[in-house]
Design a protein around this ligand. Structure first.
Ligand code: IPM
Ligand code: MG
Length: 364
């Protein structure tokens, strides 16, 4: 069936525009092959928005997100701000305000391993084989959004959670676990933090009342950091608060061989947002060397969100075929190094051509 959708595209800073351009190419290939129509509206966010509009999240950007069916997001951040702790305005504020304004309380980060990249993992092959888990990171609460400020002799960041905030993401995580291997690991620091003890109370009550068929495990975050490296294949759904999820998802990306491989979806009350988990990688900006796979796989999650699973699968299969054909950017250390745009074009070409050509490609 023919679908028409409108997408807000926020390329942002650094390598954001390059990888997002490839994700859009791939979406256009999907439209061509499956007969859909996607329209795009571009808007500034992050450092580029500060430069052009004096605000990391200008009003017109938020308006265009609110009017769209989904948001494709690149990356934000600029060294100019990283090295200036006294800067009153920061690119990251644009992303945080966007998440908050759209009520995007759940950030979903799948961690999967492509068979052809297993050798790139810093872990032994037998450890990473079969790794397939998904992190549910709470995205609009906790220490990121609590009261913060300075005192005459210091500074503070408050960590606050309410029961409803925990319940709504926990329900999504358990619902997902039910469609997977039926296991949720709640990661917290309940031996120290009051908010973590609230997470345990709320999540175990929910599990008992609504999800008796799903196994619930608890793990302290320091232990989880170790277990993700030592026994990564034992995780199914990881549920955690904002900052723990931020840290653990970067750690988990190493399993996949490169930070440039992992996509994410942020869902909640208003327009859902899809973004690679990597940052703006300013050193590589404008050089056409960044890995577009995380952005392209984020576009696949966007297609799932649109209720187009066959299209999403076509994108994922094409990415896999391209990687297996050895077409990859420098971070993936294949013999032959391809450019960001070449990888994007190869994936788009596979999508347009369909699975048959990809079979031929794989053999060659
Ligand atoms: C992420 C990023 C952001 C975060 C930054 C850019 C504010 O690291 O999406 O993981 O900490 O949430
Ligand atoms: Mg992060």
């Amino acid at each position: 069936m023919h679908t028409t959708k409108h997408i807000a595209v926020l390329p942002g800073d650094g390598i954001g525009p390059e990888v997002t351009a490839q994700a859009v190419n791939v979406l256009q290939a999907v439209c061509e092959r499956f007969g859909h129509t996607f329209t795009y509206q571009y808007a500034d966010v992050g450092a580029i928005a500060i430069e052009r509009h004096g605000d990391p999240l200008p009003e017109y950007t938020l308006d265009s997100c609110l009017a769209a069916d989904a948001i494709l997001f690149g990356a934000i951040g600029h060294p100019r701000y990283d090295n200036d702790p006294s800067s009153p305005v920061r690119p990251e504020q644009g992303l945080l305000r966007l998440r908050k304004s759209l009520g995007l309380f759940a950030n979903i980060r799948p961690v999967t391993l492509y068979p052809s990249l297993v050798h790139l993992s810093p872990l032994k092959e037998e450890k990473v084989r079969g790794v397939d888990f998904v992190i549910y990171r709470e995205l609009t609460g906790g220490i990121y959004f609590g009261d913060k400020g300075q005192t005459p002799s210091g500074a503070y960041d408050h960590c606050v959670y309410t029961e409803p905030e925990i319940l709504r993401i926990a329900r999504l995580a358990f619902g997902h676990a039910r469609r997977r291997r039926k296991k949720v690991t709640l990661v917290d620091k309940a031996n120290v933090l009051e908010t973590s003890r609230l997470w345990r109370k709320v999540v175990s009550a929910l599990a008992a009342a609504e999800f008796p068929d799903v196994t619930l495990d608890w793990m302290y975050v320091d232990n989880a950091a170790m277990q993700i490296i030592q026994f990564p294949a034992t995780f199914d759904v990881v549920l955690t608060e904002n900052m723990f999820g931020d840290i653990l998802s970067d750690e988990a990306s190493v399993l996949a061989g490169s930070l440039g491989m992992l996509p994410s979806a942020s869902v909640g009350e208003k327009t859902a947002l899809f973004e690679p988990i990597h940052g703006s990688y300013p050193q590589a900006a404008g050089q056409d060397i960044a890995n577009p796979v995380a952005a392209i796989l984020s576009a696949a999650m966007l297609l799932d969100h649109f209720g187009l699973p066959a299209e999403a699968a076509a994108v994922r299969d094409s990415v896999q075929a391209v990687l297996e054909a050895g077409i990859a950017t420098t971070d993936l250390q294949t013999g032959k190094v391809s450019r960001c745009s070449e990888v994007g074009q190869a994936v788009a070409g596979m999508v347009k051509a369909g699975v048959n050509v990809y079979e031929t490609f794989k053999v060659s």
